[in-house]
Structure formats: structure tokens, C-alpha cells
Ligand binder design. Structure first.
Ligand code: MIG
Length: 714
């Protein structure tokens, strides 16, 4: 070979190398179950990426990639960054990517996975909020669907067009792809891979009232009494940071909350639960036991030089527990012992992005050091930032289990990572009392559900700013259908309780909350389904008919489960699924108040509902009304899950899942078959059928032991 060919050869070799680098995943890419494949980049940094805290288990090895596999990531390096490009098809509708602001359908958007304290969603156009979900759901025109999980906790930029493009400063991640016949199956497979929400206590499904902050304790009591005296159902009152002594977590302000045990007793006697906030920032204060213990135990996140990192949050300069360390999580759990002994029922973990004040990044430096331990390697904050909240709430949940082994934990977390539904519910952080934040709360809740987190909701009424009466009324009327339904507002804003803005809003709110409590049998059954299958509780309308592409952009109307459609009153030209969905009007709503959403029941569905109660303490399923919308063949079916409402008896069979099969017997008479399909719990119930037709409910009498047929009166 003549010398002058050499450069050409070198170029050819480089091009070939680049081509292979860019186009072929190495031989570790493989199937990991039917319709699931994992793709590895050529160089995979297992120390920087494993173990995956998104997944409940390492992907199984199940042979080579199936022939004809459609969704294939390509790995490359561009300008020093790792890039993944994944052609997804022009006609595909894209969803998921968790908690960001924007349309439900994500085509044409870019998001950042980097947990961020983002007041009013003002930074980065709201495309970067408190939680991170590197997950894309694609739905093709024929209704078939796929999911793409980019298994990396590092900061990712994800932009979506006919190609999904992921860019990261971190190591090149592996990508897991799911192929299924429909979007619901993709989301359930995501649940298999990343885990499911555990059953919460029933009370967590009740209505909840919060404010930053109710103080002193007398004000908390006044709020609780306000619900009972006005007959507005409510289950939980929330204590924000001002219950603490100078923002020191695990303490109580001696003047404002001198006897938290007595306050919690007061609430419990009136059928309320009490949830208290705990933040990760520990006040740097040599007279503060938690700080001293943390220092002695060497529990703090370190700066790049190995000194305890300090940054300002509410209490002033703080140290931050290094939750990557098993010893630190154990210490953290122990702090809950005395705290919970006061009768605290649930825990609210806030500021765990972690938020740090007075720095442009709103968090700690990326070169801070986490020491890891157990299966977790040491690593920089850049590696652990998005996992900080997840590891914190894992410890919180474990603490609740440790000290209350017979109670189901309830933890609410602002920061989290995909898979974090295993440990905590969430809310969408600091929205404001403005119309656009009411509207966007629906696609935000739906997107979290599509990204593995079924238990979420926005601050009802809006957090920042003052809600005008009309907005609060609409927000109450809509928000009671969030899986997590809590009214919350900021300090320095007007009061926002259901009665704070006058009688009309109060009446609208009462009616809305009554509706939620009536629906509890159905809602609790959906929570059960979510905990078993990973299916979202609130679902996009297109789940009703994944092949109907006209539903793909609908983000005002939505579904609870598969049988109930919610159409907010403020929805403009909402789409409707095909079929004879029938409008449900609760029996005591004599006239339309102009705020309550339209509720509609799917043809062929049975929805179990209850009477109104003031809190879930009164909940029983002794007398259940079955709302029925028979399909054209005169038949309808539905499910009801029931258990003790708390505790873990249900794990040993102490529950009942009943299937109702209703069929038309005569024009106005229905035959009901009730079958226990799972569980061993004995139940004795009265039933009545409520035929939903022509905008009315036509009831049968309540059953007796002898009833087989339910004649309804038209
Ligand atoms: O910097 O604890 O999102 O719900 O009321 C604000 C006070 C800290 C932010 C939370 C909000 C809570 C507030 N917190």
C-alpha cells in the first residue's frame, strides 16, 4: 500500500468505528421478558448507573432481541455528551415524562430530569419540576403502544419529535423498551419493572385541609371544628413548618404547639388524622440534638473537600443527611420514634430536591460527595441528586413501618424519582391561584399516572396568590377527583378553606366533597387495582378507546378508572368517547350549581357508591348502591374491593373483591349476581340498583336476603 493511502484508511476506520459506535448496541442488549428489551451502550458505566433505584430488580436475561423489534435506541457521543436517539415514528402520540407543565401529549416538547424547587413553575418553563421521570409512552395510530425507560438518575435532556433524543452529561445509560398492544399494558409493565404504590390507609383517600401554616394549635382545632360544624366531610389536617421550634425538624414550637399529643388526641377524637411536615435540612445549631447527633454520627453530605456541606434553608445554615448511607437512613428512622409517639399519623417530606436557598442552582453543588454503602457506590451529587428525595422517603416509610408495624404508612413527598411510588404519594408543588394552573393540573396528574405514580394531585385552590371565589369553587369542584385531594395555600395569602370565600363557594365545596365521599367504594377499588397492577387511578380519556385518535389530545375531560368520566365545567369542547355514556346526577342535587363536573358512566359498567359520611372513620360497605348503565345487551359488570381500611390483614386474605354482574330481566327490573372473586373477608350487605338513564338515577328498593331481582322505578 502506498503511503498516501494511509490517511484515507485512517478516516475509513474512524468512520466505521463511529458508525458502529453510533448504530450498534453491544451484545449485552437483549430481551428481558416478552415484549421487553434492554439496550446497552457500547461502554456502560455500571458504577455510575447501578444499582438502578428506578427498578425493583435487574432486568432478566431472556434471549436475543426478537426479530423485527421496532424501537431501537442508537447511542452516540456529541460534543462530549452522551446522546441517545430513538426514532419513534411521525404518527405516534407521545406521553409520560412525569411531572412537568404542559400539554398531556408531549410531542414537540423538551423536558429536563433534574429535581428542582420551582415556585409557580416559573423556571425553565415548568419543564423541570420537583420529580424526574425519564420515561416516554408512545401510542401509535392503531392503538399499539411502547414505553421507553432511560435508566439513569443523572440529569437528562429529553426532547420529543418523531425522534426521541436524550442528552446527558452523565454516563451513557441503558434503555429499556416495552412493546404492547395498548397503552394500558405498557403502563402496567412499567409497574412491573419499577414497582407499585402500596395500599394507603383508607383515610388518605379522604378530603384533606392544609395551609402554610395553621398555628397555634388552637387554630388547628378551629379548622377541624369548622369542617364538622358545617358538615363538610374531611379526614386530614396538615401541619406545615410553623409547628416546629425555629424550623428544627422533629421538634415542636413550645409556645404554639406546647402539647402536640393533646392536639393530636383532639383531632383523633373528632375523626381527623394529623400529617406533619419533615424537611431534610437540619439546622446548624450546637444546642440542637438532631444536629449534634448527625455530626457525631458523620451523617452529613460532604462538600468536594470532604467537609460537611452547609447551605441555607428555612432554619438558616443547614446540614443535609446523606440518605445514600444505610447508617444514615437507620439514624433517620430512629428520629421518628418520639415524633410519632405524639400521635402523628402521616409524614409530609418537603424541600427534598434538596432545595437550598440563595444559590442560582436552587440545590447543592454537583460535586458534593455522597458516600453510599450497602449496594450503593459513593458518588457525586450529580449522580444522586434525583435520588435524594426517593432515598429520603424510603427511610421515612420504613420508619413508619418500624414504629407502627400495624399501620399502613402515608408519606407525601415533593421530590421523587421514577419508581418512587413504592414509597410515597406526591403533589405537584407550588402552583398558584390562577386559571391556567387549575387547567394544567389535569394533564400533570394524568402524566404522573402514566409515569408510574398513581397517587397525586395539585394544591386545590392554588398555593401562591389569592384565589377568587369563582376559581376556588371550580377548583374544589374539579380537585375532589384528583387521587390525592388536598386544599393547600401559602403563607401571606388569603384563607382558602371551603368556607373562607362565602356561602356559595362553601356550598359548591360541600357538594363536591360529598361527591368524593360517595365515590369512595369505587375509588378505593381503583387504589387496590393500582397497587396490584400499576394502572393509573386518573387516566387520559384515550384509555377509553386507544384506537380513537380523536381522543389523544383531550386533557380536560379524563377518566377515573375505566368506568367513570369526569368533564370539568370549565372544559371547552371536550371530546367524548364513542358509546352511550350516561350522566350521573347525585340524588340530593336538586339543582345544578354550575360548578360540579359532569360525571358519566361507561356503557356496561357498574359503579359502587356509598352514602355521604363526614370522614372515613364512618366508612362501611354495609349498604352499597350499584349505579348501572347497561350496555346494549342489557348487561353491566363492576368490582368492589373492601378491607379493614388500614393494617396489613389484606395481605393475608382479609379483604373481599366482589364482582357484580347485572343483567336486564324486564324493562325496569334487573338481576344481580354478586360473586366474591378474591379474598376471604366475610361481608353482609344490602344493595340497591340505581339505573342511570336520561340524566337521572332510577332506584330499586334496598335488597333483603331474598332479593334476586331489582325493580327500578322510572
Ligand atoms: O419554601 O413549608 O411546596 O407546600 O407549604 C417553601 C412551606 C417551603 C414548599 C411547599 C409548600 C409548603 C412550603 N414549602
Amino acid at each position: 500500500m502506498k503511503p498516501h493511502f494511509y490517511p484515507l484508511l485512517v478516516i475509513a476506520t474512524c468512520v466505521t468505528a463511529f458508525f458502529f459506535h453510533a448504530c450498534s448496541a453491544d451484545d449485552r442488549s437483549h430481551a428481558c421478558g416478552a415484549g421487553i428489551a434492554v439496550f446497552y451502550p457500547e461502554t456502560f458505566d455500571s458504577v455510575g448507573l447501578l444499582p438502578s433505584l428506578a427498578l425493583v430488580a435487574e432486568p432478566a436475561r431472556a434471549g436475543a432481541l426478537p426479530r423485527g423489534w421496532k424501537i431501537k435506541p442508537r447511542f452516540s457521543v456529541e460534543e462530549g455528551k452522551n446522546v441517545i436517539t430513538i426514532p419513534v415514528g411521525k404518527e405516534t402520540d407521545l406521553y409520560g415524562t412525569g411531572e412537568v407543565v404542559g400539554a398531556l401529549r408531549r410531542n414537540g416538547t423538551s423536558i429536563t430530569t433534574w429535581n428542582l424547587d420551582n415556585y409557580a413553575y416559573a423556571l425553565n418553563n415548568g419543564k423541570n419540576l420537583y420529580q424526574s421521570h425519564p420515561w416516554i409512552l408512545g401510542v401509535r395510530p392503531d392503538g399499539s403502544a411502547f414505553g421507553i425507560l432511560v435508566d439513569s438518575p443523572w440529569r437528562l435532556e429529553i426532547s420529543l419529535s418523531d425522534t426521541a433524543r436524550v442528552t446527558t452529561d452523565g454516563p451513557a445509560p441503558r434503555v429499556i423498551v416495552i412493546e404492547r398492544d395498548d397503552p394500558a399494558s405498557v403502563v402496567m409493565t412499567l409497574g412491573e419493572l419499577t414497582g407499585k404504590m402500596e395500599m394507603p390507609p383508607l383515610w388518605a383517600l379522604g378530603f384533606q385541609q392544609s395551609r402554610w401554616s395553621y398555628f397555634p394549635d388552637a387554630r388547628v382545632k378551629e379548622i377541624a371544628d369548622g369542617f364538622r360544624s358545617r358538615s363538610i366531610p374531611c379526614d386530614v389536617i396538615w401541619m406545615d413548618i410553623d409547628y416546629m421550634d425555629g424550623f428544627r425538624v422533629f421538634t415542636f414550637d413550645p409556645a404554639r404547639f406546647p402539647d402536640p399529643g393533646a392536639l393530636n388526641d383532639y383531632l383523633h377524637e373528632r375523626d381527623f388524622k394529623a400529617v406533619y411536615m419533615i424537611d431534610p435540612g437540619i439546622k446548624k445549631d450546637s444546642l440542637y440534638a438532631v444536629y449534634n447527633q448527625g455530626t457525631e454520627g458523620d451523617h452529613w453530605v460532604k462538600d468536594k473537600d470532604g467537609r460537611a456541606f452547609n447551605g441555607p434553608v428555612w432554619p438558616g445554615p443547614c446540614a443535609f443527611p446523606d440518605f445514600t448511607r444505610p447508617e444514615t437512613r437507620a439514624w433517620w428512622r430512629g428520629l421518628y420514634e418520639d415524633f410519632l409517639a405524639t400521635g402523628v399519623d402521616g409524614v409530609w417530606n418537603d424541600m427534598n430536591e434538596p432545595a437550598v436557598f440563595r444559590v442560582e442552582s436552587h440545590t447543592m453543588p454537583e460535586d458534593n460527595l455522597h458516600r453510599g454503602g450497602g449496594t450503593l457506590p459513593p458518588g457525586p451529587h450529580a449522580r444522586y441528586h434525583n435520588l435524594y428525595g426517593l432515598l429520603m422517603v424510603k427511610a421515612t416509610r420504613e420508619a413508619l413501618l418500624q414504629y407502627r408495624p400495624d399501620k399502613r404508612p402515608f408519606v407525601l413527598s415533593r421530590a421523587n424519582f421514577i419508581g418512587g411510588q413504592r414509597y410515597a404519594a406526591t403533589w405537584s408543588g407550588d402552583n398558584v391561584s390562577r386559571w391556567e394552573h387549575l387547567r394544567v393540573s389535569i394533564p400533570m396528574t394524568l402524566s404522573l399516572g402514566l409515569s408510574g405514580q398513581p397517587f397525586s394531585g395539585a394544591d386545590i385552590g392554588g398555593f401562591g396568590g389569592n384565589a377568587r371565589p369563582d376559581l376556588l369553587a371550580h377548583w374544589m369542584a374539579t380537585g375532589v377527583y384528583y387521587p390525592f385531594a388536598r386544599n393547600h395555600s401559602s403563607q401571606n395569602t388569603a384563607n382558602q378553606e371551603p368556607w373562607a370565600l362565602g356561602e356559595e363557594v362553601e356550598n359548591v365545596s360541600r357538594r363536591a366533597i360529598n361527591r368524593r365521599y360517595r365515590l369512595l367504594p369505587y375509588l378505593y377499588t381503583l387504589f387496590r387495582e393500582a397497587s396490584v397492577t400499576g394502572m393509573p387511578i386518573a387516566r387520559p380519556l384515550f384509555f377509553a378507546d386507544p384506537r380513537d385518535t380523536s381522543l389523544r389530545r383531550e386533557e380536560q375531560a379524563f377518566l377515573l378508572g375505566q368506568d367513570l368520566m369526569i368533564v370539568p365545567r370549565w372544559a371547552k369542547n371536550p371530546k367524548r368517547p364513542r358509546g352511550a355514556w350516561e350522566t350521573i346526577t347525585p340524588e340530593d342535587e336538586k339543582e345544578d350549581d354550575g360548578y360540579q363536573p359532569l360525571l358519566a358512566i361507561r356503557p356496561g359498567a357498574v359503579i359502587p357508591v356509598n352514602k355521604v359520611i363526614q370522614s372515613t372513620v364512618e366508612y362501611t360497605t354495609d349498604s352499597i348502591t350499584l349505579l348501572v348503565n347497561p350496555a346494549s345487551d342489557g348487561k353491566a359488570t363492576g368490582l368492589l374491593y373492601d378491607d379493614a381500611g388500614d393494617g396489613f390483614g389484606y395481605k393475608n386474605g382479609d379483604f373481599a373483591l366482589h364482582r357484580f354482574s347485572v343483567s336486564r330481566h324486564e324493562e325496569n327490573s334487573f338481576k344481580l349476581d354478586v360473586e366474591r372473586v378474591e379474598g376471604t373477608r366475610e361481608t353482609r350487605r344490602h344493595y340497591r340498583v340505581g339505573l342511570v338513564a336520561g340524566g337521572k338515577i332510577h332506584y330499586s328498593p334496598w335488597s333483603t336476603d331474598a332479593t334476586r331481582y331489582f325493580p327500578v322505578t322510572r
